[in-house]
Design a protein around this ligand. Structure first.
Ligand SMILES: Cc1cc2nc3c(=O)[nH]c(=O)nc-3n(C[C@H](O)[C@H](O)[C@H](O)COP(=O)(O)OP(=O)(O)OC[C@H]3O[C@@H](n4cnc5c(N)ncnc54)[C@H](O)[C@@H]3O)c2cc1C
Length: 421
């Protein structure tokens, strides 16, 4: 008779995976928990990478999400530096790279593998071309920015590119920010607020090349020397940061059994409202696209807070599926999305859904154009709210305002009251 304890495998050892593993233990799972991560590090936090780590204000150790004793306390079967190669949903077996062991039989699996950065075609192996996703990426770029008077071109003017540009400029480097959008973070913030952000970057001395695609790079002796824009302009560079979005890390789920199990891998791991992709398989964090029953749409959110919240939700629902009598019923995952970004002294905080809004209403709060609150949504309903430069209590009050979509006149009145109160 086998005495092996049942196993839950959590694939991806970062914010979402850690939250899932901790949730499993806290909720009472006393079986094995195998936590698999392909990076060599214990779980660490990514937001500081483009802020305090890049600027040199923090040493890498400060990004650790838990100390060694806390990780030990979880009694994990911890497999760092190990890639999950495949998962067979029908047999519930997980295949790991390079451990020389047989497949792991699992009672359940939580996929928390995040995303990987998109790269510029033709730049592989060229010195001085960077991405910024991992601690190692951040330390590499930080090493370059520790040299005086660099010329950094940031390709991509989304949140990551805008943050890195702000840090490099604050360190005194010559920074160009290139993006296909007309203003930084335009897809999320809209043209009006994006325009104000563009002004802030210009005022700090960043040279903006907006509405421009990059068609290639120039190099000298295997090292990047500039980027080429669609109109032929070459922007010279000592280093280039490519921040043009990311791709969900689902390759390991694309095995022959994926189709039979009905896995939808078209944009991350498609999940239902319980974060379930198939029986015994749950998704959490940046990789998971799940159905939000309150917002009545699928969402895949690349934000830090969602990673923790969804990791816990996936753990709870997997346990409820495995043993409903002991762990209770599964619950839909219905968070109010939240993200923040720090650029120079600006703190942006956003609740709900802002991206690709049909309608945006901006409320300026005083003469400083970057002290504002704004609503985002469809033509009928406000679904998201943004605060820049608001005191923390007021910024937090915007959460309740967009917890459920509300008609514009009502949302606008509540926004005005929230920023006055
Ligand atoms: C530089 C930077 C700054 C950010 N700043 C902010 C911010 O200011 N505010 C905010 O809200 N959000 C921010 N984010 C986003 C936030 O950090 C992410 O949403 C969050 O880290 C997602 O966590 P995750 O655990 O889902 O995925 P990840 O953090 O991507 O972790 C997934 C892990 O799984 C590993 N993995 C992938 N495939 C496999 C495999 N096959 N086998 C084993 N392991 C695998 C990966 O290497 C990785 O370690 C930032 C992100 C970055 C990169």
């Amino acid at each position: 008779m086998s005495t092996a304890r049942p196993r839950i495998a959590v694939v991806g050892a970062a914010a979402a995976g850690l939250a899932a593993a901790e949730g499993l233990r806290r909720l009472g799972w006393d079986g094995e928990i195998t936590l698999v991560g392909d990076e060599p590090h214990l779980p660490y936090d990514r937001p500081p990478l483009s802020k305090q780590v890049l600027s040199g204000a923090w040493e890498p150790e400060r990004t650790a999400l838990r100390d060694t004793a806390q990780i030990t306390g979880l009694e994990l079967d911890l497999r760092l530096g190990t890639r999950a190669r495949a998962y067979d949903p029908a047999r519930r077996t997980l295949t790991l790279d390079g451990d020389g062991q047989s497949d792991l039989r699992c009672a359940g699996v939580i996929a928390a593998t995040g995303v990987t950065p998109r790269v510029l075609p033709g730049t592989a192996g060229v010195q001085g071309v960077h991405v910024l996703r991992t601690l190692d990426d951040a330390l590499r770029l930080r090493g370059r920015l520790a040299l005086p008077g660099r010329r950094l071109v940031v390709v991509g003017s989304g949140v990551l590119g805008a943050e890195a540009a702000a840090v490099a400029r604050t360190l005194g480097h010559d920074v160009a920010l290139v993006g296909t959008q007309e203003t930084p973070m335009q897809r999320v913030l809209g043209a009006e607020v994006g325009g104000l952000l563009a002004e802030a970057h210009r005022a700090h001395g960043v040279s903006l090349h907006t509405g421009r695609a990059v068609t290639g790079i120039t190099e000298r002796s295997g090292r990047v020397s500039g980027v080429v824009l669609a109109d032929g302009t070459v922007v010279e560079a000592d280093d280039v940061l490519v921040a043009i979005g990311s791709v969900p890390a689902v390759d390991w789920l694309r095995g022959p059994g994926a189709g039979a199990a009905g896995l939808d891998l078209s944009d991350g791991l498609g999940c239902d409202e319980f974060c379930a992709a198939a029986p015994g398989l749950y998704g959490a964090g940046d990789v998971a696209r799940w159905y939000h029953p309150v917002l009545r749409r699928h969402l895949r959110i690349e934000h830090r807070m969602n990673a923790s919240e969804q990791g816990l939700a996936a753990a709870r629902n997997l346990l409820a599926e495995l043993d409903p009598e002991r762990f209770g019923e599964r619950r839909p995952f219905t968070p109010v999305p939240y993200f923040w970004s720090d650029q120079y002294s600006l703190k942006l905080q956003a609740y709900g859904v802002l991206a690709d809004a049909e309608r945006v209403q901006v409320l300026r709060l005083d003469k400083d154009p970057l002290r504002l609150a704004a609503l985002y949504g469809t033509s009928d309903h406000a679904t998201g709210a943004l605060a820049i430069g608001l005191p923390p209590r007021q910024a937090r009050s915007l959460r309740a305002l967009v917890a459920t979509p509300s008609p514009w006149p009502e949302a606008a009145a509540r926004l005005a009251a929230a920023v006055e109160g």
